[in-house]
Design a protein around this ligand. Structure first.
Ligand code: FEO
Ligand code: CA
Ligand code: CA
Ligand code: CA
Length: 593
């Protein structure tokens, strides 16, 4: 037994020391190798990254910014050759563009955007599909890969499913209501059982500016989702992000996007049947009867947990037969009751309060205003639902609830007021059937430092001072059914540690025991944990390194391109800090964990 192994644990590795520094760290006996960095070529003919002279055209041929979801789609059933699919959630201008930071009397601000800068930002959003292969034990991108692709905030997409073509989806540029340019703020995602890539549109509200025309019908709809958020200047150069010019455009974001990775020219489809909200991810599994179930978090304080069950069944022998499964099914929202039961409430037009009198004249209306429909069904407001991972073998699903410092009233499923550190709920679906409409639930763990009584953390007593974490965000279940959790928000001031990847026991005597496997450089969060089927590789996404938040005074000014807390992963003064995907393998080969 390795040092520190816990009785009954399914994990057997020596834990990393929690802490804070400029580098990343993996458990002893493992290698963590940077595989793809922002700006890396993903086509043989792409230009080399030149950070001081970045252009839209170059960025469209290079790996995008802020890698979040990572999926691995094996080619030829191999564990050493496949397509890596990666979301590029958002851009951090202060870390990307030299010379745009202004300091006036100690106040830091960013120079107003130019059109060129906006177009680079748009090209750095979206996703990448990159063929990768393991050569002599190390992964490398295959730049000649026939399926390699960049998807950006300008890629043409089809709007599919019940809301396609609806009047509320139509714009001046697209009177058909079926064609939209781009996808934005793709946080987590998924890979379907039939091998397509799912990109979830999360904080889409931030990209819009301007005012709706007076008495516009979308006013309440947009208020519920925070449109216009005004975090980006895109609307100054692209009318569709300005509400006064294209008032319906925000209805065309906030969806689940499906990409057929087999054809790099395929048109990605926004699958409206899965609802419109701040989608964190869409992890799926095949239910016992062959229907496919997608678990969906809506990441906002007091928003909801959803799942989508396809009407059709998965055909493992005919990929083409599955390609439109996501256009037809039932979207449910969860009510977590005090008695430990969960009921999945169908969001179906005409049922219960989802009537024309309440403004839902069609299923398109229900889907465009998913949150308002769920409000009327009295779903349970949660502490920011992030990634949710189902395990079809056990009929369980793990819900990451990242935090909610605005909660003043607790309920059974969100038991802490001022919930700074988040918690994880384990759902047990009835009859171990993930398509069930009822189940039970338990809190797997309340996060935070167990040595501070007021925090109310509930990690097992075997969890070490390195093993606890706050703010669970993404998760993965490996082929042995073991849960891995990555975090967003640990920092020197909040938890005395950076974010990382934690191994979490869910069964037997070790249930609730967590151990630190990998940690990120200062300022980063960790996204996209993705194990290969044979568990020989764990891909992880280090997002926004050096974006130090409230710790900048102590650990270096995050907003200075010239004076960062870390220059990971290149540690080269000529290079900016770069979000990157890392491949973790065991030295000498073998199964991780
Ligand atoms: Fe993009 Fe919910 O984190
Ligand atoms: Ca996330
Ligand atoms: Ca996941
Ligand atoms: Ca998060």
């Amino acid at each position: 037994h390795a040092q520190g192994v816990v009785e009954g644990s399914k994990f057997d590795f020596t834990e990393v020391k929690a802490g804070v520094d400029a580098d990343h760290h993996v458990a002893q006996g493992y290698d963590a190798d940077v595989l793809l960095r922002w700006g890396d070529k993903i086509f043989a003919d792409a230009p080399e990254f030149d950070p001081a002279n970045q252009s839209e055209a170059a960025q469209e041929r290079q790996f995008g910014y802020n890698n979040d979801f990572v999926g691995f789609i094996a080619l030829d059933d191999a564990d050493d050759h496949g397509l890596l699919v990666v979301n590029h959630e958002y851009t951090n201008e202060h870390l990307m563009f030299p010379g745009i930071i202004k300091v006036t009397d100690g106040d830091i601000s960013i120079a107003e955007a130019t059109e060129d800068r906006v177009n680079i930002e748009m090209a750095a959003h979206g996703g990448s599909v990159v063929e990768i292969r393991k050569v002599d034990g190390k992964w490398q991108p295959v730049l000649e890969g026939k399926q390699n692709r960049r998807i950006t905030a300008k890629t043409e997409m089809e709007i599919a499913g019940p809301a396609a073509g609806h009047a509320r989806m139509q714009t001046n540029a697209d009177p058909s209501g079926t064609k939209v340019l781009g996808t934005i703020n793709n946080c987590a995602g998924g890979v379907t059982p039939w091998g397509t890539y799912i990109m979830a549109e999360e904080n889409f509200h931030g990209y819009f500016i301007g005012e709706l025309p007076a008495d516009h019908r979308e006013a309440a709809n947009y208020e519920r989702v925070g449109v216009p958020g005004g975090s980006y200047d895109w609307g100054k150069f692209h009318d569709r992000f300005d509400l006064s010019k294209e008032p319906n455009e925000p209805n065309r974001f906030g969806w689940i996007v499906e990409v057929d990775v087999n054809d790099p020219n395929s048109t990605p489809k926004k699958r409206t049947a899965l609802g419109r909200f701040k989608h964190e991810g869409a992890e799926s599994a095949v239910a016992k009867d062959g229907r496919v179930v997608f678990y969906l978090g809506d990441d906002e304080r007091f928003d909801y947990v959803y799942k989508f069950v396809t009407t059709g069944t998965y055909n493992p022998d005919d990929r083409a037969a599955n390609m439109d499964l996501l256009d037809d099914g039932i979207l449910y929202v969860a009510r977590f009751d005090e008695d430990g039961s969960v009921t999945w409430l169908p969001l179906v037009q005409g049922e219960g309060p989802l009537t024309a009198e309440n403004g839902f004249e069609s299923q398109a209306d229900v889907l465009i205003e998913t949150r308002r429909a769920a409000d009327l069904l009295e779903a349970t407001p949660m502490d920011r639902p992030e990634d949710i991972q189902p395990n079809a073998d056990t009929g369980r699903a793990y819900v990451m609830l990242t935090n909610n410092t605005k909660r003043e009233e607790a309920n059974a499923a969100n038991p802490r007021v001022d919930n700074a550190f988040g918690h994880i709920i384990e759902i047990v679906e009835d009859n171990e059937d993930i398509a069930a409409t009822k189940g039970t639930w338990e809190i797997l763990v309340q996060c935070g430092d167990p040595s501070i009584a007021e925090v109310g953390a509930t990690f097992s007593t075997e969890t070490t001072e390195d093993g606890w974490f706050g703010m669970p965000d993404n998760c993965a279940i490996d082929s042995d059914g073991r849960l891995w959790v990555s975090t967003d928000g640990n920092s020197p001031s909040k938890t005395g540690r950076t974010d990382g990847l934690w191994a979490m026991d869910t069964e037997g005597a070790a249930r609730g025991t967590s151990r630190l496997f990998y940690r990120v450089p200062i300022g980063a969060e960790l996204c996209g944990p993705c194990p290969t089927a044979d568990m020989s590789t764990f891909f992880v996404a280090v997002q926004h390194p050096a974006d130090g938040g409230e710790d900048w005074e102590e650990f270096g000014r995050p907003s200075y391109y010239e004076d960062l807390s870390t220059r990971w992963p290149d540690f080269d003064d000529a290079m900016p800090v770069r979000p990157s995907v890392v491949a973790i393998t065991k030295q000498g080969g073998g199964k991780i964990g």
